[in-house]
Design a protein around this ligand. Structure first.
Ligand code: ZN
Length: 397
């Protein structure tokens, strides 16, 4: 397409970039989760100089092209230019965008409370953020299957415009009316499946999409899932299949038993850990007793990852005047180290929470408490001695 430059200003967000407005354009601005078109602009004079268009967006109802160039002076207002869109990218984005409409409608068919929070169409991997109180991984996987069925049915995708007054006639139309400023609404309709108000690029028939694979499902909390997907990625499918084949071989069960098996293992593991914690408190722990130079008694011991409740009970059982007790509870399985400091009938002003703060600062931990009892967690590298913690405390006392 031949066009003309009508304005050119510096694009503040990026170096060597300029916002260019043209008399008319074939470039589609970003919107509805789809990035703006990219391509190039050729100056129609003897030079045929080329400029890269890295993005297109709407600003104050004008379509702005972002040009990346260090030769900005060679472009001027009223210059005649030729526009060439990167059609490979545009075609890919159209497939991904149509696939996103199908995937979301598929989720909605399975969970009617589902709403779109955000869409990110990206050539490498796209994301769809969906919120619903009842959504789960099983439903999302079922939706992936439905979406691929719909895609394989070679359904037409028709685009037409309606006015705001006509919206009530379109009972199934997905639309956020409050977001639409124009009177004209562009409706993207996937034959007998989905109607959505959308300004993005789409394919004409679902057969152009190929197939869709969900690459990742992230639960972000508050009922929202990020569903990442790719198109026509056979190697991703093989990777996922290989994971299942390897898991089957390690667990020595049939494929349909993998999930049940892992779930059982997880439960059994939790039970074992709990049993170990219960048994650990029965182990006889030697409490070391020292008298420091300032007549302060310093008692300390290491417990093998017993229950938190039992651990605090142990430190509270100690009875000794003018004594500072420091107990460490080291859970080797989880690699967690907690610490408790108690001060009993102090002869001088010693503050348990102050001592704990100094310890947690040096051992990358956190915690809290009061002047008589404080507790927290610290980090000890695997294989390192816990004695260094007691030595450290003796030094600061
Ligand atoms: Zn859309």
């Amino acid at each position: 397409m031949i066009s003309k430059i009508i304005s050119k200003t510096k694009f503040e967000k990026e170096e060597n970039c300029f916002e260019v407005e043209l008399e008319n354009t074939i470039f589609r601005p970003q919107g509805g989760g789809q990035p703006g078109d990219q391509g190039k602009l050729i100056k129609k004079d003897n030079s045929d100089q080329e400029f890269l268009i890295v993005n297109t967006f709407k600003k104050d109802n004008k379509i702005i092209h972002i040009l990346k160039t260090d030769k900005q002076d060679s472009l001027n207002i009223n210059d005649e230019v030729e526009l060439i869109v990167n059609t490979d990218l545009k075609d890919e984005l159209a497939k991904l965008h149509s696939a996103e409409h199908i995937l979301f409608q598929s989720i909605k068919r399975i969970d009617e409370d589902a709403v779109v929070e955000k869409v990110n169409i990206h050539a490498q991997e796209s994301s769809l953020f969906v919120k619903s109180p009842n959504l789960n991984i099983d439903k999302i996987i079922e939706a992936e299957k439905l979406a691929n069925n719909i895609i394989s049915e070679n359904r037409n995708i028709n685009i037409h415009e309606i006015t705001k007054e006509e919206v009530p006639n379109y009972k199934l139309l997905r639309i956020k009316l409050e977001k639409i400023k124009d009177d004209k609404i562009r409706v993207v309709e996937i034959e007998n499946f989905d109607q959505s108000a959308c300004c993005g690029s789409h394919v004409k028939n679902t057969s152009e999409i190929g197939f869709l694979v969900i690459s990742k499902i992230n639960f972000i909390g508050k009922g929202t899932y990020e569903i990442r997907y790719k198109l026509n990625d056979l190697s991703l499918l093989f990777d996922l299949a290989n994971t299942s084949r390897k898991a089957r071989s390690i667990l020595n069960v049939d494929s349909d038993q993998i999930i049940a098996n892992i779930t059982n293992l997880k439960t059994a593991n939790e039970n074992f850990k709990e049993k170990i914690r219960e048994l650990s408190k029965l182990v006889n722990i030697e409490i070391k007793k020292e008298k420091l130079n300032n007549e302060l008694n310093f008692w300390y011991a290491v417990f093998p990852g017993i229950n938190k409740r039992d651990f605090i009970q142990k430190i509270n059982e100690i009875e000794e005047n003018n004594c500072i007790v420091c107990f460490i509870n080291h859970d080797e399985i989880e690699n967690k180290t907690s610490i408790a400091i108690r001060i009993i009938n102090p002869a001088s002003e010693t503050d348990a929470s102050q001592i704990l703060n100094t310890v947690t600062e040096s051992f990358n931990g956190k915690g809290g408490g009061n002047n008589l009892l404080a507790q927290g967690n610290i980090e000890i590298e695997k294989g390192e001695s816990l004695d260094q913690v007691f030595k450290f405390i003796k030094q600061i006392l």
